[in-house]
Design a binder for this molecule. Sequence first.
Ligand code: AGP
Length: 607
Amino acid sequence: MCGIVGYCGEKDAAGILVEGLKRLEYRGYDSSGISVGYNDKLSIIKKKGKISNLQAAVPSDMPGTFGIGHTRWATHGEVNDLNAHPHSDNSGKITIVHNGIIENYISIRKKLKDEGVKFITETDSEVIAQLVSKFYEGDLEKAVKEALKHLKGTYGIVAIHADEPNRLIGARNGSPLVLGIGEGEMFLASDVTAMISYTKQVVYMEDGDVVVVDKDGFRTTDIRDNERDKEISTVGWDVGEMEKEGYPTFMEKEIFEQPQAVLRGMKGRLDPDQGTAKLGGLNMTNRELRMVNRVIILAAGTSSYSAMTCAYLLEKIARIPASAELSSEIRYKNPIVDPGTLYFVVSQSGETADSLYAMRELQRKGATVLGICNVVGSTIPRESDGGVYIHSGPEIAVASTKAFTSQLTAMYLFSLIMARMRDMSISKGKAFVDALSMVPENINKVLEQNEYIKTIADKYADCHSFFFLGRGLTYPIALEGALKLKEISYIHAEGYTAGELKHGPIALINEVTPSVFLVPDDSLREKIISNMKEVKARKGPIIAVAVEGDTDVADIADEVIYVPKAHELMYPFSMVVALQVFAYHTAVALDRNVDQPRNLAKSVTVE
Ligand code: AGP
């Protein structure tokens, strides 16, 4: 969603701000803008549409060594140049950028209007600039703090004043804000990607922080001026990981990175001798883990399907009742928190508002919540009671791929630990470890079929609707396959458990509605084959993802993508990769913007 970048230093700010905004493009946006200070004046340039529009409007020699920039994902007010950020006060001396939602903006706006303030945008954010202006008496820090006392809602804010050159004031409440420390220059941004080409030294702001930044230093307090100590962290990845490295899109690159990402997620965590695993960050003793009698995993979107896969797995191998819940639902259910229940929240970004607020609600009721996240230093891992980083590296494409298989990896390890403490023998544990170690190679074998899967995708790209069907562990994989296809190709796709087909959806099967069946060689294979026959009897085209050597499937299906034979619990990995590749090539065939699909944002930081 919206992205923020702020700069103060000695270089020309405009170019650095635009470059930072380009790095934030992946978050999803519909307009962008910058404000740069020079000679006691602030210049603002804002443009609807792609950052290239903004870039074209910014003069290459625009002077000024401090400024702020923003990518907007519209919530309040239509998408146009005016509603884009930065927003200014009536004097034109103050500009602000804001991520989040100001819930009481209508009443503030009314009050300020009555006092003679003129509003020119439809946004909630403009009230911040006007409020800061109202309280400004020669000290921007003071004015921002005073303004914050009147705001209800969520914000990550950066403000500048024309008469206070090379100074940024940032504040955070619910929307991420990170400080970047360079050599004689400083950055404030909604995530580190905006500044990674300049510095790896960062400070993650926390809710309630107000930070005053100039080119040589920073000071953090709360809004009542109490000092807040901060720790400097070093970002563990390079700018190179933010490049496409020869791939036409980030999504394709990330799909192909999966063997390495999964391997990294297991590295140092498997214990082959004991047939188990070790996860350092859980912050729970073995005794505490043994006392867990239920696991509930919360997440949204793609992460909810990895959560669901692992809930199935936990019940199966550890014999612990486990379920996955949508974050957006559980929060408002007034959840019953039982002391024996362990909660997980799974989130690639670690910033998804639904998941974050659900986690806080559960913690308020006494729950222990562990995080499974990718983005280091993001809010969920910092506020959770422990957890695991999946280490899949930066995921830039809006459609999540490598984070999904890395989330599975982390939760497979956790399931193994729990299973070995309960029901699973050492020999079965060892077999599980061996099977998990084979996953990267099995994914590679699917990726080797890239061209072949493309021919299938090209053939069916004109269809208007698809079904994705699996059972047991591959049911969530079918849901994820359907989500992937609809997100990036805009083709309607529904995921179902194959057993449900006959209870209604089969009414939609016809010659032009393909069904993608997932057919692992497990105890449900025969059942799925029966479901395939039901579809074939109604002339529905079938694309099957089956196990090498399964000729029965080839006799029924129109197309088969084979995955290598594996331990029956490992098929979610190879099968989901086949579906990602299929969705990817379908979207490419339809000439879609694969990395930035319409209406979607990488990190959904509003409810
Ligand atoms: C993934 O392809 C989607 N763009 C989306 O469903 C995503 O998984 C969801 O918004 C949750 O994000 P998170 O993992 O960062 O919490």
